[in-house]
Design a protein. Structure first.
Lengths: 368, 477
């Protein structure tokens, strides 16, 4: 099914279809999405409003991310949260859509400074599981009118409704990018260096540790300001060693590689993602005994590559933070994508899904 | 403004209810005599008042849970209250309700500088959070103008903003977790120290839910390193339209000031008379502030001045010292107080797309003349969050009603041009009945479904946010 209009989509959902798998471009869907009939959103496409002077974009949910990125680039603007391109990691092709980005709350390295996808998202339209159209938020960046269903829909993986339109606040593309690279740090020292950098006033917009490659700290903005802050940051971190500098194109390429988890491309195994307090990350990553690891968000997000079929949750036992299974081999035993939630919170999630999708037809089981 | 009729059955049971509250709380945590409860009859929206049945001032999450369990069992409405600074009537009680105030829950539970978080009890004031971490060079970013008094609990309920949110975002962008007590007494941990939480983004919907989903007793907040410095520039223009165009050009140029504040002539005049900040005599002025080290400030202000000069400002004054910065901000920060000295006023809070600024300011001027009520404008221009102040005389019969009618018309205009009814103050009771201007019946129904999940009996702050007629069936069920 591939509706071309919001009305067609609403009609499909009103007519009580069988359980569905909601697909944008299919570039970042999770292992637990199941074999249900596909409902594709790619037909709901096009930018409906772009106001560079107001830093605002509104587009239909099936609009290709590439199309949006090109339109924004022409005005030297971008989506602040640095959308990861997971095609290389997941072995997919196709075109990522804005709706898929929102449904997955897909957020890259700039999360530490500019926030996640949900923080830039200012409006949604969606069709719920009964076929009813709902609008929430809008196109202005300060809006507390009624409940914030915008945030609720971000990261809901299609389970509360099928997005038809999304609005974002934007930021200017920085004139200059500089990346400081520290080498030779073990994971614990790297996390400490990243904490020192993120706790400094020099506005670090990315902090990642790529074992074997280095520890990277990004500074962006106007030329003089970047030069000043990079210099001060290097001095601030001199206890961790001398920093090498990567600039502009090499720096942009470096951060794209971190964003897209290039470290794991072409390598066999399951991919897990850990979210946790940065200072807990090194010890927990050790306990995971991973084949490879990559720390982003100053250590608050850790990508782990494990042998196929390894149940990371069993291996870790009770631990701070939480785990998400991002990629697994078809031959691996089924493992829940998301960790089980404590009963009271699980009941709230289940209650919301039951209200917005009473027949359980939207990606059923994916988040439950 | 209408409120639900108090339930006689609850009013008649007052003595027994107070007795039960005293059985689960220390004696000093229950306020029930007719004089003392008057202190809680209103919040910052003082036009509407009603003393509650009783007030409870718990000190712990366990006490909050005990109170809510009791009220749930007895079917008593509960109105959560932070510091009572809401401008929208978010903490306005009904005679049959219990005010649950968190003002005694002010502890810092843990600070974690390495991970840049702080966990506090939710009654702590906004400024009290920054004060707890400033020794280590950190601060809490959202800065509502009531920040000296307002509680984090209320900030979360209303998703409060502030002058500096252009750069740092509002409460929801700086909140990582809450301890939430639900109406039936269940305690739920939502989010935490992680930068993303598992499951649906419940935190996102709790923030800004105006105390209708649960009572927040603890919060984990993101703290940020303080910038090395900050400096404002003051610019005067010959018309509001030109000032509006300058705002749009600054934003488009890629400079991200921490604040862009706007004042028009009526506001400038009153502030100048009060604060003597040395503001220029002009139709509109902007205060633009940037942050960083000296070289960075020079670079950004240089760009901003270049843009401003293209719009032929009648005044352009860059601060050269702490004292000059203080004076530039003085008038703006005393705006509401200065206005209150000369007049009764109603403060609106609609947001519009920045591009609509010139058109909307012109239309507000026309509407003000037609209504015969003066409107002064002072607002956060960078994000389009307007604060038109409608001046009226509370002692003049009919003036409040005419003022409210003009306010509703201005907010309707904000929605028509693509904006919203409230940018940072919340809906409360004040804008409750305007909700259908912005939302369809199904949009409102979708929001009410969320409340159904968290508070199926509609006992928490039930007469707020949604038009009474729309929520009646649920409240009366």
């Amino acid at each position: 099914m591939r509706p071309a209009t919001e009305a067609d989509l609403a009609e499909i959902l009103r007519d009580a279809p069988p359980p569905l798998r909601i697909v944008g471009g299919g570039t970042r869907s999770l292992p637990g999405i199941g074999p249900n009939a596909a409902l594709e959103t790619g037909g709901l496409s096009g930018i409906t409003l772009y106001e560079p002077g107001a830093l605002t974009l509104v587009a239909r949910a099936g609009t290709a991310l590439a199309e949006v990125a090109a339109a924004l680039a022409a005005e030297r603007q971008h989506l602040p949260f640095e959308v990861p391109d997971l095609r290389g990691l997941l072995g997919r092709d196709g075109q990522s859509t804005l709706g898929g980005v929102v449904a997955a709350n897909a957020s890259g390295p700039r999360r530490v400074q500019a926030g996640a996808c949900r923080d830039s998202l200012i409006g949604v339209r969606f069709i719920d599981g009964t076929g009813t159209a709902v609008a929430n938020g809008g196109r202005v960046m300060k809006n507390v009118t009624g409940y914030d269903l915008v945030k609720l829909l971000a990261g809901s993986y299609g389970t509360l409704g099928v997005l038809t339109e999304v609005s974002f606040k934007l930021l200017p593309v920085p004139d200059r990018v500089v990346s400081l690279m520290l080498t030779g740090l073990d994971d614990a020292s790297a996390v400490a260096a990243m904490a020192a950098a993120l706790g400094s006033p020099f506005e670090v917009t990315g902090a990642a540790h790529w074992p074997g490659q280095g520890t990277f700290l990004r500074i962006e903005g106007f030329a003089q300001s970047v030069a000043y802050r990079a210099g001060r940051l290097a001095r601030h971190l001199q206890g961790f060693g001398a920093a090498e500098i990567e600039e502009d194109e090499p720096a942009r390429a470096r951060w794209a590689a971190i964003r897209d988890v290039a470290a794991f491309h072409g390598r066999a195994g399951d991919v897990w993602r850990l979210s946790l307090r940065p200072s807990d990350a090194p010890a927990l990553a050790d306990r995971a005994e991973a084949l490879a690891r990559l720390y982003d968000w100053g250590g608050g997000r850790v990508w782990l590559l494990l042998p196929e079929g390894t149940d990371l949750r069993t291996r870790l036992g009770p631990h701070p933070g939480h785990t998400t299974l991002i990629r697994t081999a078809a031959s691996s035993p089924a493992m829940p994508v998301f960790p089980p939630e404590p009963p009271a919170r699980a009941a709230l999630g289940a209650g919301l899904r039951a209200r917005f999708d009473p027949r359980g037809i939207l990606n059923p089981g994916l988040m439950a | 403004m209408e409120m639900p009729v108090p339930r006689p059955a609850i009013l008649l049971r007052k003595a027994r209810i107070v007795e039960r509250l005293l059985a689960i709380l220390p004696a000093d945590a229950v306020v029930h005599d007719a004089v003392a409860t008057r202190a809680y009859e209103c919040d910052g929206l003082t036009a509407y008042r009603c003393p509650p049945l009783a007030v409870v001032l718990p000190r712990t999450t366990a006490e909050v849970a005990a109170v809510l369990r009791l009220c749930h069992a007895e079917g008593i409405p509960v109105v959560p209250r932070g510091s009572g600074t809401s401008l929208a009537g978010g903490a306005l009680p009904t005679a049959d309700s219990i005010i649950l105030g968190v003002a005694r829950m002010t502890d810092v539970i843990a600070t974690d500088y390495a991970n840049r978080t702080i966990r506090v009890q939710a009654g702590r004031t906004n400024l009290g959070v920054s004060a707890a971490v400033e020794g280590e060079g950190f601060f809490y970013a959202p800065d509502p103008s009531s920040q000296l008094a307002c509680a984090i609990a209320g900030n979360i309920a209303m998703n409060s903003g502030g002058a500096h949110c252009l750069k740092y975002g509002v409460t929801t962008n700086n909140l990582l977790g809450v301890t939430l007590v639900m109406m039936d007494g269940t305690v739920v941990e939502i989010g935490g120290e992680d930068m993303d939480a598992p499951g649906l983004d419940l935190l996102g919907v709790v923030c800004g839910s105006e105390g209708q989903l649960g009572v927040v007793t603890e919060a984990v907040l993101r703290i940020l390193p303080k910038p090395e410095g900050a400096r404002p520039v003051l610019m005067g223009f010959g018309s509001s339209e030109v000032a509006g165009a300058c705002v749009s050009d600054i934003i488009k140029a890629g400079v991200l000031p921490v604040a862009i504040e706007f004042m028009d002539r009526p506001c400038i005049r009153v502030c100048e008379a009060f604060a003597k900040a040395g503001y220029p005599d002009c139709e509109a002025l902007l205060i633009v502030e940037v942050e960083g080290a000296e070289t960075e400030i020079d670079e950004q202000l240089g760009l901003i001045k270049q843009i401003a000069l293209r719009h032929h400002p009648v005044a352009l004054r860059e601060s050269g010292s702490e004292e000059e910065s203080r004076r530039i901000w003085l008038g703006r920060k005393s705006a509401f107080g200065a206005m209150g000295r000369v007049n009764d006023y109603m403060c609106l809070d609609g947001t519009i797309p920045v591009s609509a600024l010139p058109e909307v300011l012109a239309r507000i001027g026309e509407m003000s003349r037609a209504a015969g009520l003066e409107v002064a404008n002072v607002f956060h221009a960078g994000d389009g969050n307007l604060h038109p102040l409608i001046l009226f005389d509370a002692n003049k019969p009919g003036d409040l009603e005419r003022c409210e009618a003009l306010g509703a018309a201005i907010l309707t205009l904000c929605v028509e041009v693509g904006g919203c009814l409230t940018g940072e103050h919340g809906v409360g009771v004040e804008k409750r009945d305007l909700m259908p201007v912005q939302f369809s019946a199904t949009d409102i129904e979708a929001q009410m479904r969320v409340k159904d999940v968290f508070d199926p009996n509609w006992l928490l702050n039930p007469a707020k946010v949604f038009p009474l007629a729309v929520s009646a069936a649920r409240r009366d069920a």
